[in-house]
Design a protein around this ligand. Structure first.
Ligand SMILES: Cc1ncc(COP(=O)(O)O)c(C=O)c1O
Length: 361
């Protein structure tokens, strides 16, 4: 089949997700497994959201609302944008894929940071675009180098804000400086999957920039702080014309009805999630203190995950943690030798992770 498949597909390396808990139990025969590998919310959806899902499940015989009408109205009101400035996706992953499909193909260039979220690279290669990956500088985006890399062939620049795996965010000043003088023929894609965790005052308000910049799209997700990773729902915000273009290639029923009902309930239960963000921030401090106690270096984060320098072979450390029933992400494959990425869990999970790490090191 390789001889007849599209040539672009042969250049794609499959995405390797964090190992599911059940798989580790099966493979290693460990009964008590914790997963700190995919930046999920460790507490799950709020009780009100669970109730909304249950209610919506009675109508699973029906197709979902392809327009996400009620969610669209509610979110437009919350974000103070028009309803035609929103697009919903089967996770924000889908919106990354749709944007690349719409704007980049063979002969075009896509600029990303190295390392950053792998779907930017995979989606671009699938479409046959050339990926220019600009190395991070001190674990931050090298925006000057990224801007310098722009040519007439550049179609999209992906900016994870905050970024995965570094956990860094872009300031208002950095973003406005970056956009200044940049051709409006380049789509600037702000991926804000971890938006709700950022507390920094100088964090860029990208939605506020939409009026002046028609070439911006901002995506966010219900998978991270809102604990709906399993239901798959994310959204994009942009100029109505841009959103309309993406809408043309969207699968008509891409967002399932349980996800829509759950997302609506999330919007009505914001106090629950604000409290959750505070708890995660508290645990972030616990982990920082523990790493210092172990003499380990780490990258300060504005998200619910931390890059940790284990000062050893990270693959070995990750495997040893796995044998103890703790799943983390080995960053070797992302080109960060000696690093693991750990998601901030519940206090009990974090204590178990630190205890296991101590034993291994
Ligand atoms: C930076 C970033 N963007 C997007 C996503 C995709 O999230 P989802 O497709 O679940 O909305 C993730 C998930 O790991 C991520 O880390």
């Amino acid at each position: 089949m390789k001889s007849i498949v599209k040539k672009t597909i042969l250049k794609v390396k499959p995405y390797i997700p964090g190992k599911p808990i059940e798989e580790v139990k099966r493979e290693l025969g460990v009964s008590d497994v914790i997963k700190l590998a995919s930046n999920e919310n460790p507490y799950g959806p709020s009780p009100k959201v669970l109730k909304a899902i249950q209610r919506a499940s009675r109508e699973l015989n029906r197709y979902p609302d392809g327009d996400c009408y009620y969610l669209r109205q509610a979110l437009a009101k919350k974000l103070k944008v028009s309803s035609n400035q929103l697009i919903f996706g089967n996770g924000s992953d889908e919106l990354i894929i749709l944007a690349v499909r719409a704007f980049a193909g063979p002969g075009d260039e896509v600029i990303i940071a190295k390392p950053s979220f792998m779907i930017y690279d995979i989606a671009s290669r699938v479409e046959g675009a050339t990926v220019k990956a600009i190395p991070l500088k001190g674990f931050r985006y090298d925006l000057a180098a990224m801007k310098k890399a722009v040519t007439k062939k550049t179609r999209i620049i992906f900016l994870g804000n905050p970024d995965n795996p570094s956990g860094m965010y872009l300031t208002k000043k950095e973003v406005t400086g970056f956009l200044k003088g940049l051709s409006n023929k380049v789509l600037v894609f702000f991926d804000e999957a971890y938006f709700e965790y950022v507390k920094a005052r100088d964090y860029a308000d990208t939605i506020g920039l939409l009026r002046a910049h028609k070439n911006i799209i901002v995506t966010r997700t219900f998978s991270k702080i809102y604990g709906l990773a399993g239901l798959r729902i994310g959204y994009g915000i942009g100029n109505a014309e841009l959103i309309g273009l993406l809408n043309r290639i969207r699968e008509p029923f891409n967002v399932n009805s349980l996800a829509q009902a759950a997302a609506m309930a999330v919007l009505k239960d914001q106090a629950y999630y604000r409290n959750l963000a505070t708890r995660i921030a508290g645990q972030r401090q616990f982990l920082y203190r523990s790493f210092c106690g172990l003499g380990l270096k780490f990258i300060k984060t504005h998200t619910n995950f931390i890059l940790l320098d284990v000062a050893k072979d990270a693959s070995e450390v990750s495997r040893a943690l796995l044998r103890k029933g703790v799943i983390v992400r080995d960053m070797t494959v992302w080109g960060l030798e000696g690093f693991i990425r750990v998601t901030i869990g519940t206090p009990k999970e974090n204590q178990r992770f630190i205890k296991s790490l101590k034993e291994i090191l």
